[in-house]
Each structure stands twice: as C-alpha cells, then as structure tokens.
Write a protein that binds this ligand. Structure first.
Ligand code: DGT
Ligand code: CA
Ligand code: CA
Ligand code: ZN
Length: 586
C-alpha cells in the first residue's frame, strides 16, 4: 500500500518539475501545500480511499485536482501528468536546483540553451567557460556554481548511520566540555537509529545560548555557518553534512527532545492523542488546550521525555520505534517489546578469513571474538564460485575444517568454533558445493552473489531451493541491496519467508552498515511469522566484528526482542531450533 510519505514525495517532485518549467506560482504552491498536509495526516490516504464515501477534498490542503491525483496515484501507482513532465524534463536536472543560488529559472536556461542535464555536465560547462557566454550569466556566476556544486553533491546524499555516529560522538564530547552545556542529546533520525541519516540534530540544555553556539562554531569539522538565530544554529561540515543545533531551557528539554527526535509521523500521532485528552504538545512542553486547541496556562510537563509521554498517558517509547507503525498501539496496551540490546548477542555466525577475502587468520578472528565477549563464532569463508575472493573448493574447505579441529583442542571449552561455509546459490538454483560437503558443516550460509539481474521468479526460486536443502541453515543478506549503491534484487520475500518457516530456517540481518539486510520492515515481518533472525557481522577483518551493534539497532527498529534473535542463545540451544518448523514465538 502506498504511504502518505510516498504521495507527499510525488507531489513535491511535481512541484519541483513545474517550478523548473516556469509554471504558475499558485499551481506550484498547491502541490507543495498538498505534500505537507498529506505528510501530516495520521491516517493513510490509501486506507481512507477504500471507503467510497470518503471525500478527500475535505482534507486540509487537498482540492479537487489533488484529490484526483491522490486517487490516480493510489490506483495506478503513478500520475500521468508526472510521467508527462518526466518525458519533457530528465529527473537529473532537479539536482541542479540543489545548488545554492541557482534557482529554477537559471537552471532552466542552462538546460534549454546548453542541454545541461546533470551536475557533471554543468561542471564541465563552467570549467570550459561556456556558461559565462549566456545572457544573464558571467564569470562570477560560473565560479559560484562550481563552489555550490560540492555542497549540492554532498547534500544529495544521506550518510550511513555508522558514519553519522562517528561524527556525532566526536561532536558530543567536543560540546559536552563546554561549561554552559547542562544536558546534551542527539535527536532526529540518528537517535531513531535509521540506517541512513540526512542531517544531525543536536539539542542542548543551557541558559547561555551564545556560549554554546560559539563553541559549536569551533568544532573542527565546521566549514560554514548556514544560519545563527536566537535558539537555532545550522552549520555545514566539511564532509557536506548539515548539523542543526537547538538550545533550550531545562524545563523544555524533554519536550524538545521528543519533538526533534521525530519521526514527524510519530509526532503527528502524539499530538493527535494529546488533542483527544484536551492537551496540546509542542516543542516547549505539554499544556492544557484552549477552545481552539491553543496552549493555555503553564506547562504540565516538559523537562523529560518520560514526563511528556506520561502526560498523554503513555509509557516512554524507545526512539527506534517512533515511526508511526504500531508503537502507540503497543504503548496504549502495555505491549511495548523489550528491545534487544548489543549485550544480548553472544555469538557471531558469519565471518571471513585469509583463506578467502578476509584480512585476518582464523586464530586472529577467534581471539578478537573472545576479546569482545562472544561465546561462539562460525568461520564462513566463500565457496569456489566466488573466484574473485579465492572461494573454497571442497578440498580446501575440508582442510580448513581440519585446521579448526586442531585449533579446538587448544581453545577452552567455554568458546565454540563452528565449521561453516558461505555457499553461493548458483544461477541455476543449485548449491555451489555438493551435499556431502555441506553435510559435514556445523553451519551453512546460503547467499546469492551472482545473477542478481535475474527475474523475480527466478531469484525467488533459487532462494527457495536453497531453503529446501536440508543442510542450509540461513540465507545471508536476503535482498542483496547495498545502501546508496545498489538496489535490492527482485525477490518475493513473502514466499521466501513461508518456505523458511516451513523448514525451520533462519534469516540473516547482515549488520554491515552498507547492507543492513534484512531491513527493519522485513525483520518485523519475519518476527510476525515466527522466523528467527540471526544478526551477523560478515566481518572481513578483526574490526569488522564491531558492526554487530548496527544490526542490533536495525533489529530494535523492527521491534525485535532477544527472543526473536537466534544468536542471543548459546550454541547448543540454537542448534535445537534449527531445521524444525518454527512454532510462533511467545
Ligand atoms: P533526516 O535528517 O532526514 O535523516 O530525518 P530527521 O527525522 O532527523 O528529520 P529532520 O532533521 O528534518 O528533523 C528532525 C526532527 O524534528 C523530525 O524527525 C521531527 C521534527 N521536525 C522537524 N521539522 C518538523 C516539522 O515541520 N513538523 C513536525 N511535526 N516535526 C518536525
Ligand atoms: Ca536529522
Ligand atoms: Ca535537521
Ligand atoms: Zn559473507
């Protein structure tokens, strides 16, 4: 079902394209307003539309034209007028609009006169001096465009959570050493643990705004101050990342933290619930609502998030769950899951060594895993099909297992080393290694690495046949996506999950920050079906073992508890649930 967010994004795209075309300003604004009100709606439009009596034009900001567009989008998955616009204007030109100072009018001239479609072409045209020859452009404009380009490129990218975390931690310790800072939290998508982060949102409790802002400006990564106001300041880091700082008084810190943690959609639900209770929630606090819903009198809560949620008769909700999915319902009914934590993981069942494309030996991986408090690992190098990684054939694999047998003798009993393999699922759906080899393994991962462009039916069949192989235990990175780099391959995950459940198989949440595959929505679906998830590092080095916590964050966003995740159990216990059809848990 199409979400309100997707509808809003489509409207925004139409507005951008119309603006580029130089269309009527009212028309453009109608789409922008429509996008905003759709985004703020509590109920999904696609759901509302199932009732033929519902009149979409009754919604704020939605006139007859936009109502018809909503209907078209929900029913056909696209809008004819948008398709028309996209035939005339390549989407890539929209990237030109992100350059500071280059408005739609100038961008349109560049497109029309010089045929410029994207940022690379624009850079070339500026460097070769063709842009200055256009009417209304000069050498100065060229220079500005080039300067703005670096920013536009960076601004177009959302960064991996792991990268944001590295910056956030440095910024946190830098700011915390400022005397004027009483409390400090990072809010926004970063706090919600989203797999990518658009910008960082820092919240500080202080009564000395200027001192905090001065300090912020001195952070070593800051390249530009975008704006500095009374309570809010925004900077651009040298990496292109924007950081927003808000300074609030102690009495509002919890309310501001709740507000700026978002998501916007979650906040819409929170405000709606407050309204039902005759209250008004905003970034300053919780208030009694007057006749028109305005805040009346002193705040009744606001210094902590717990207080804010308590005021609307709810327990505190973990930030990772705040996506307007089921969290309010769970909170109301006292059914919030006790989310898994990084400490709950006691084993890691996916890692590579120097035998294939890893950087560390088996011994080094084991030592590092033990140092990190793990109680078992599976050594899972690639199979022979992965020639680029020097994948293992049966002979080399068996000799690796002999080596593990020898090592086991020298390792204390409280640590288990499993003989594993990451075996490719070949293009024709067979396994890359024969059954008699797989049978000898303690742990068999099956992966699709080749033939990712095959049809949905074909890829689904391949994974299903791997699941039907009695020796296969788990499917690694089940959709093959690489965040910001590669789309997932086409696969019917519902069918995959049905078969996984039937045969008692496990699905992986690959914790590599570029993969995080399965994603949060998929993991929640697996949980609903009672299929265990294993969170794995897929480490290719000793440091690679440290990514598990990113996987835990994704699992938390899916509402997973320690009971939903296989490698929170000891190995003997885990072994018992393998290969038996899963009963629905709890
Ligand atoms: P991002 O930065 O794109 O990864 O995502 P967020 O969620 O961090 O979004 P951001 O940085 O625009 O705003 C941070 C939070 O502040 C957001 O999750 C909710 C709140 N917020 C910001 N602007 C608005 C707004 O216009 N309406 C509402 N209801 N909340 C807002
Ligand atoms: Ca943000
Ligand atoms: Ca922000
Ligand atoms: Zn791997």
């Amino acid at each position: 079902m199409i979400t309100n967010n997707q509808i809003a994004e489509t409207f925004e795209q139409i507005a951008d394209l119309l603006e580029f075309q130089g269309a009527n300003a009212f028309r453009i604004r109608a789409y922008r307003n429509g996008a905003r009100s759709v985004r703020d709606l509590a109920d999904p439009i696609a759901g509302l539309m199932q009732d033929p009596e519902v009149d979409l034009t009754k919604l704020p900001g939605i006139g007859k034209d936009l109502a018809a567009k909503c209907r078209e989008l929900v029913e056909h998955g696209t809008i004819a007028m948008l398709e028309e616009l996209l035939r005339e204007i390549p989407v890539s030109v929209l990237s030109l609009l992100r350059i500071p100072g280059l408005g739609p009018k100038k961008a349109a001239v560049l497109h029309r006169e010089l045929g410029i479609d994207n940022l690379e072409q624009l850079a070339e045209a500026c460097q070769s001096g063709t842009v200055r020859k256009l009417k209304g452009f000069g050498a100065k404009t060229e220079e500005q465009i080039l300067k703005g380009m670096a920013i536009a490129e960076a601004a177009g990218q959302r960064i991996y959570w792991a990268r944001a975390d590295e910056i956030a931690q440095r910024l946190r310790s830098f700011l915390s050493s400022c005397e004027a800072v009483r409390q400090l939290e990072l809010a926004g998508s970063y706090r919600r643990g989203k797999e990518t982060v658009g910008d960082l949102d820092v919240l500080v409790d202080s009564s000395n705004v200027n001192e905090v802002m001065d300090r912020f400006q001195q952070f070593e990564d800051v390249a530009d101050v975008i704006q500095r106001g009374d309570t809010k300041m925004s900077v651009r880091l040298r990496s292109g990342l924007q950081v927003d700082l808000r300074v609030v008084p102690t009495a509002s810190f919890g309310a501001a933290l709740q507000y700026f943690t978002g998501s916007k959609e979650h906040n819409v639900l929170v405000r709606g619930r407050a309204k039902e209770l005759g209250l008004r929630v905003n970034e300053y606090g919780v208030y009694r609502a007057g006749e028109n819903g305005e805040a009346v009198g002193p705040s009744i809560a606001g210094s902590t998030e717990e207080d804010v949620y308590r005021a609307i008769k709810l327990p505190w909700i973990a930030p990772e769950l705040r996506e307007a999915r089921k969290e309010l319902q769970w909170a109301e009914q006292g059914e919030l899951p006790t989310l898994i934590t990084a400490e709950d993981l006691i084993g890691d069942l996916h890692m590579h060594t120097t035998a294939t494309d890893g950087a560390a030996s088996i011994e080094e991986m084991i030592a590092a895993a033990r140092q990190r408090g793990l109680r078992y690992v599976a050594i899972t190098d690639h199979s022979r099909r992965v020639t680029m990684a020097n994948g293992l054939d049966p002979k080399r694999l068996r000799s690796q297992w002999q080596q593990i047998d020898k090592l086991r003798a020298s390792i204390p009993d409280d640590f288990v080393v499993l003989k594993g393999i990451e075996c490719d699922i070949l293009e024709d759906g067979t396994m890359d290694l024969p059954d008699d080899v797989l049978e000898e393994a303690d742990w068999v991962i099956a992966s699709v690495h080749y033939g990712q462009n095959q049809s949905r039916e074909r890829i689904t069949e391949r994974i299903v046949s791997a699941l039907e192989n009695p020796h296969v235990d788990v499917i690694a990175h089940p959709t093959g996506r690489l965040i910001n780099r590669r789309e997932p391959y086409q696969v019917d995950l519902e069918a995959v999950m049905r078969v996984a459940k039937q045969h008692g198989k496990i699905l992986e949440l690959n914790a590599n920050p570029a993969r995080l595959d399965l994603n949060d929505v998929h993991c929640a679906a697996a949980k609903a079906m009672g299929i265990p998830i294993v969170i794995s590092s897929d480490a290719h080095s000793v440091e690679g073992l440290d990514v598990l916590r990113y996987g835990v964050l994704q699992a938390r966003r899916a509402g997973l508890t320690r009971h939903d995740v296989a490698n929170t159990r000891g190995w003997p216990e885990l072994k018992k649930i393998m290969g038996h059809p899963h009963a629905k848990q709890q």
